[in-house]
Design a protein around this ligand. Structure first.
Ligand code: AR6
Length: 170
């Protein structure tokens, strides 16, 4: 049985096996949640990211968590809304699946997701919440021995309400 919950707050504070970073293809840091994660993790994170050779949109790569309470960080690159030739929805779903697949490969039991692509990358928040929740539920239903705890981390009351709405439907 997997628990799926919402936490409204700062993802860098969460004591889970892995937090997900909404990164860019360089994996070399940026603003938003990416900037917050690098700032909290310290310079060891950037040093490891430099060895990864970037990441393609919709895919994911894992690093240690360094000074974060989380043991690991999974870096995924969300689609830029309006710039992916109509593939935005499938690329966003692929981010969530890729992160969950990596978590299982590394035997990680608890994972926290930010609202990927909904900041700088401009994905409409309600559509993104629907894709996030549907994709995670589909993945959980297909992976009986997958992760034990999945947390959707929202960074505003508005996002929290959107996720509550989507979870009620699921
Ligand atoms: N904890 C949880 N969520 C947060 C935090 C935090 N500490 N800080 C911001 N958010 P964004 P994107 C929320 O822009 O749209 C970076 O520069 C934020 O409110 O961080 O995927 C990367 O390097 C928003 O709802 O990610 C890329 O270049 C959500 O995180 C680009 O931004 C995602 O917003 C990626 O853009």
């Amino acid at each position: 049985m997997t628990s799926i919950t919402i936490h409204n707050g700062d993802i860098t504070q969460l004591d889970v096996d892995v937090i997900v970073n909404a990164a860019n293809p360089t994996l070399l840091g940026g603003g938003g949640v990416d900037g917050a994660i690098h700032a909290a993790a310290g310079s060891g994170l950037l040093a490891e990211c430099k060895t990864l050779d970037g990441c393609r949109t919709g895919e994911a790569k894992i690093t240690q968590g360094y000074k974060l309470p989380a043991k690991f960080v999974i870096h995924t690159v969300g689609p830029i809304f309006g710039q992916e030739s109509g593939h935005e929805a499938e690329l966003l779903a692929s981010c969530y699946r890729s992160c969950l697949d990596l978590a299982v490969q590394h035997q990680l039991k608890s994972i926290a997701f930010p609202t990927i692509s909904t900041g700088v990358y401009a994905y409409p928040k309600e559509q993104a919440a629907q894709i996030a929740v549907n994709t995670v539920f589909e993945w959980v239903n297909a992976h009986a021995n997958g992760v034990e705890k999945i947390i959707f981390v929202t960074h505003s009351k508005e996002d929290k309400v959107l996720y509550q709405k989507q979870l009620q439907k699921s």
